[in-house]
Design a protein. Structure first.
Lengths: 286, 420
């Protein structure tokens, strides 16, 4: 039983990072109707920025402040230059654009930082383990990751629910034509949402670095899982992404305990089931 | 909304199928020989993906060998053509076809993945081009893949290494061994070898086995599984980034402090990325270690350091050896598959790994296996020399011999059993 509880806790940790990536994707897709295939590569860029900052300062704390801002600026710049001409065009154009962008970013990082990985030191202050009464202690840094993700999710939710900007964004996700008809300068909100989505991916990059290190292809596999989370949770559903991310993390973790060889396919089985029996996703709008 | 979800799901499946990579292209068939014609050697290795450091080492090893040979094998200028298989068998197949048909290479070599080496060997066999495999697999020189006319294996098989290491693991690390292995051919070959070799050691047993997909970054869910198994020693069978991710996370849990950990495959490039803190106290086996006291090893190491400003890892040496073997054979006039085979079978040489024999029965190279211990920074400092690269030291050397590889009689029995 202790072992199962340990797997559940670690599943939540794994799922928490998926939640961050899926939330960014979901926000962007919900408002911009744009599939950002470069989301994983931008997450990787955030992780590399973290690595350089963390090695220079000896800790990730500065990166946790600087990287989201830098990534938001990068996101805003990309939206204004490359993404904006894609609005209203075939989704395939957007896919091809961001697919190409992914390769440029990966090759660019390889050129600058080399093909090998880089270390990201975990904060010294969190270099201990916490006994949660599960029989096996859990590294404090992993619990910090869950806390940080919870704060980001809570902050985003409050932003969307309690601010006028959030109100317009939510309304835009529901019906952007109506928002435009009401005279709202919608382009600004598109830029803002894209920047927020990329900033959240950057935060995921910061938090991941001390766990896995950073390397140029690190965004590829996790992006696939983030897409699965978005589909399972429901397109445009904030809490759908949160629930699906945690659910997939926990299911993969528990499957690892009993049949590790099948753990990798669990998210895809879940996606097929959801697509078949509940196409709008677990918490998606009807 | 349903249409959007369908589109996104479609994209997800497509991306998963592609693995986020771009494929190359292929061609037809044929070969070309001539005493003053360029000697074309095709190298296919993983220059992108989880084993990128190993692939780059292989390219470096091949290029270094060509440079040291004066870019010539006898009167024939050596032309090296390097291709990236992205660790994918289908791409390896296409690249091998392109090298054979369009470039008309005389020899093929390289690989860092068991899956891709079989694809290259298949093309080489069909085209009659000698292929010198350089990754650790049991399957290359076993039926139905082995083609005695063209197949050679310069890296050790997993069972060679595991037969060499198992006595050390059981005597020094623990008697209940958990196996954490990659979920592809190399992992399954390791399982077969460990589950045979470990129970043969007195009082030693396999406490459990778990598999992880190639390219795994999240190893946290495996930690309770390992600890819950009651194991007192852990064998980790992954390579490259997987190994780096695992050791980082295992260290955060204090797992490597509690359970002695043994790595089936070590490489200096991974050790450098991990640093002293993470590899201190871990053990590993390797078919090459850069500061082994051997004249030929050091000739290679010094040349590599001069060229690349770092000692070589374990995978470049296979290509260095391959190019030297090919060049020597061709220089002596053995440039057809038939004469090359006659030249190679039973050959005893001393190259980048020191003394090595290519045995006749399955063209398997027999070379020493080293058991390495990870050092702390101050320990490396106290050893003197290049402390920066002295992340490990050799604690045991097992000579390459039939005692650790399947014997030629066993190999012949296997061929007879399957009609090979």
């Amino acid at each position: 039983m202790d072992q199962l509880l340990s797997q559940l806790v670690l599943g939540v940790v794994s799922g928490a990072l998926l939640v961050l990536l899926a939330l960014g994707l979901n926000l962007i897709f919900g408002l911009l109707e744009f599939i950002n295939f470069a989301h994983g590569a931008l997450y990787m860029v955030g992780a590399y920025l973290t690595s350089y900052l963390a090695v220079a300062t000896g800790t990730i704390w500065l990166a946790l402040l600087v990287v989201p801002v830098a990534m938001a600026l990068i996101g805003a710049g990309l939206e204004r230059t490359l993404i904006r001409p894609m609005y209203g065009r075939d989704q395939v154009d957007a896919l091809l654009l961001t697919f190409g962008l992914t390769y440029i970013l990966i090759e660019g990082v390889r050129y600058v930082a080399g093909s090998g990985g880089r270390r990201v030191p975990a904060p010294e202050i969190l270099a201990f383990q916490v006994n949660l009464g599960l029989g096996r202690p859990v590294p404090a840094y992993l619990l910090f990751v869950v806390l940080a993700v919870a704060l980001v999710v809570g902050g985003l939710w409050l932003f969307l629910q309690k601010t006028n900007v959030g109100l317009i964004v939510r309304a835009g996700i529901r019906d952007h034509i109506m928002i435009r008809a009401l005279g709202v300068r919608f382009d600004r909100y598109r830029t803002l949402v894209f920047a927020i989505g990329i900033a959240v991916a950057g935060i995921a990059g910061v938090l991941t670095g001390p766990i896995t290190g950073v390397f140029p292809e690190m965004g590829a596999d996790i992006l696939i899982l983030a897409f699965v989370v978005v589909v399972v949770g429901g397109m445009g559903s904030f809490w759908g992404a949160v629930v699906a991310g945690l659910l997939i993390g926990v299911l993969v973790s528990v499957t690892t305990l009993y049949a590790s060889v099948y753990a990798g396919i669990v998210p895809f089985v879940l996606m097929i089931l959801v697509m078949t029996f509940r196409p709008r996703g677990l918490l998606g709008a009807t | 909304m349903r249409a959007k979800a369908g589109l996104l799901a479609g994209v997800t499946v497509l991306v998963a199928a592609c693995g986020g990579t771009v494929a190359g292209s292929g061609g037809g068939g044929g070969d070309g020989q001539g005493s003053t014609e360029p000697l074309k050697v095709g190298v296919i290795t993983g220059l992108t993906g989880a084993y990128v450091q190993l692939g780059e080492e292989q390219r470096n090893g091949a290029e270094l060998a060509v440079k040291l040979l004066g870019e010539k094998a006898g009167d024939r200028p050596i032309e090296l053509i390097v291709r990236d298989d992205q660790l994918k068998p289908d791409i390896a197949l296409r690249e091998a076809q392109a090298l054979v048909q369009e470039e008309q290479v005389d020899f093929l070599t390289g690989c860092v993945s068991a899956a891709t080496t079989l694809a290259v060997n298949q093309v080489a066999s069909q085209a009659g081009v000698p292929y010198l495999g350089t990754c650790q697999t049991e399957q290359l020189n076993r039926p139905p893949n082995y083609d005695e006319a063209i197949t050679y294996h310069l890296a050790p098989t997993p069972s060679q290494g595991i037969n060499s290491a198992s006595p050390f693991i059981c005597e020094n690390l623990g008697q209940k061994v958990f196996l954490l292995l990659p979920d592809y051919a190399f992992g399954y070959e390791q399982e077969a070898a460990y589950t045979t070799a470990i129970p043969e050691q007195s009082g030693c047993s396999v406490a459990g086995t778990a598999y992880f997909p190639l390219g795994t970054t999240d190893f946290n869910p495996f930690i309770p599984t390992i600890e819950g198994s009651g194991a007192d020693a852990l064998v980790y069978g992954g390579v490259g980034r997987d190994q780096v991710s695992f050791l980082r996370q295992a260290d955060q849990f204090g797992l490597t402090d509690r359970i002695p950990t043994f790595l089936t495959l070590e490489d200096l490039s991974f050790d450098q990325e991990l640093g002293f803190d993470l590899i201190d106290g871990t053990y590993a086996m390797a078919a090459f270690w850069w500061n082994v006291d051997d004249e030929n090893v050091q000739t290679y190491v010094e040349a590599y350091r001069e060229e690349y400003d770092t000692p070589p890892g374990g995978y470049g040496v296979y290509l260095y050896n391959a190019l030297n073997l090919i060049a020597s054979a061709v220089e002596e006039g053995n440039d057809t598959p038939e004469t090359f085979r006659d030249w190679m079978e039973g050959r005893e040489v001393s190259l980048g790994q020191g003394d090595m024999t290519i045995r006749e029965c399955d063209h398997q190279a027999l070379a020493p296996i080293y058991i390495l211990e990870g050092l702390a920074a101050d320990e490396a400092e106290s050893r003197g020399g290049d402390a920066e690269f002295g992340l490990r030291e050799v604690v045991e050397t097992v000579p390459g011999s039939e005692e650790t590889a399947p014997t030629c009689d066993e190999v012949k029995e296997e061929f007879q059993r399957v009609g090979g």
